[in-house]
Design a protein around this ligand. Structure first.
Ligand code: CS2
Ligand code: MG
Length: 401
């Protein structure tokens, strides 16, 4: 079997997605997600201009060799654009291999390690009572794990909460600017979880995302005050470019720590793992080099008691979710999968075999990844440039959004 053609499909059913489709001379094709939120066309160009010409004529069965060719052959290693491009090729090749062997990809990864992949949904409140209501409504839908975010009084718009009236595009900027005040957030977050736990008890896992906004000592302070509310994890408390900074957090709290949705390689987290500075690594199939690399990262983490909790927000396409679930159902130390919302249009563009039931996600039994792209429908949704918001502190200093 040979790769006969590869094409990059950019579509925007409610938000931008970049998909790589690899076709073969035996009529089998595979697809991979290449979406990098806010920088989509950088990956689309990297694939179309530099990667696709290297693929034509190759044997799609040689997944590891293709991965190494694209990683070492680029000379300029790592980085979110390169690794998302490699990830898309990797997902598509696993998809082809599963279809050629007429089996779901998870069977090629050692088979099932569990009956379903525990997942978590998002409860995002305007107020604490609103957040509690959203938690309860997800519990009624069967969720066993729920991430809780809430507007902090005095901070109009912030990550993970409904956008307030004051949100809006400044005419002179192509992106939205949000405000931030750490001291208000630190006073509020323990109160939020005290009231949520009071209302719903301890039979559901609660997670929280600090979205890279704290310093290590602030994260230690917050983690200590959240210990009684038994969080499944406190996520992205601190940016992890300086991996050793998590030592300071660890010294102050036993609240489990998760980090790494922005990681694109094992090299971004090997110290965090070796020193057991975190409990969960959030790297994903689309941003960390695909199934091949994410499996290596998980295997490296296993003896250090570090588990995976893959990122799965709505800006990762249903193709990524499919690949993540074949990874999640088969990998021993895969602990939980984020389950962000996709629009109905997105589900229609990307028909898939994966499904949610009773708090778990299932990859389905279709050969390959069990997902495809409806190119005709995709062509109806024009790409439109979009940016992630930028965060500024009260004094105007740029922060982490
Ligand atoms: C968030 C993401 O889901 C999460 O944990 O951190 O929603 C993140 O903000 C987006 O994926 C960024 O594109
Ligand atoms: Mg996050």
């Amino acid at each position: 079997m040979k790769i006969s053609r590869a094409s990059v499909i950019v579509t925007s059913p409610g938000r931008n997605f970049v998909t790589l489709k690899i076709e073969t001379d035996e009529g089998i094709h595979g697809i991979g997600d290449a979406t990098l939120n806010g920088r989509e066309l950088a990956v689309a160009a990297y694939l179309a201009e530099h990667v696709v010409p290297m693929l034509e004529g190759r044997d799609p069965a040689d997944i590891e060799d293709t991965w190494q060719l694209l990683y070492k052959g680029a000379y300029w290693r790592r980085g979110p654009v390169t690794m998302a491009a490699i990830a898309a090729v990797d997902m598509a090749l696993w998809d082809i291999k599963g279809k050629a062997l007429d089996t779901p990809v998870y069977n090629l990864l050692g088979g099932r390690s569990r009956t379903g992949v525990l997942c978590y949904g998002h409860a995002s409140g305007r107020t604490i009572p609103d957040a509690i209501e959203k938690v309860q409504s997800l519990q009624e839908k069967g969720y066993r794990a729920i991430r809780v975010q809430c507007v902090v009084p005095g901070i109009d718009n912030m990550y993970g909460t409904p956008r307030g009236e004051t949100a809006g595009q400044r005419p002179d900027l192509p992106f939205v600017e949000d405000g931030w005040a750490t001291e208000k957030y630190l006073r509020f977050a323990p109160q939020l979880f005290a009231e949520v736990r009071d209302a719903i008890g301890y039979d559901v896992h609660l997670l929280h995302d600090a979205h890279h906004r704290l310093t290590p000592i602030e994260a230690g302070w917050l983690g200590k005050r959240l210990e009684d509310f038994q969080l499944f994890w406190l996520e992205d408390a601190v940016p992890a470019e300086l991996q050793e900074s998590f030592r300071l957090i660890r010294q102050h709290t036993t609240t489990p720590l998760a980090v790494g949705e922005v990681f694109n390689s094992l090299m971004d987290c090997h110290q965090l793992i070796r020193e057991q500075l975190i409990d969960y690594v959030r790297a994903t199939v689309v941003h960390a080099g695909g199934i091949t690399h994410l499996r290596k990262l998980a295997n490296f983490a296993e003896p250090y008691h570090v588990r995976t909790g893959c990122h799965g927000a709505g800006d990762l396409s249903p193709v990524s979710m499919a690949a993540a679930l074949h990874f999640g159902i088969s990998t021993h130390n895969a602990a939980i999968q984020e389950y962000g919302h996709h629009s109905e249009e997105t589900h229609a563009v990307f028909p898939h075999a994966w499904s949610f039931s009773d708090g778990y996600l299932h990859p389905g039994e279709a050969p390959g990844l069990g997902v495809d792209i409806d190119e005709e429908l995709a062509s109806r949704y024009e790409y439109s440039r979009s940016y992630l918001p930028v965060s500024r502190k009260v004094d105007g200093t740029v922060g982490s959004w």
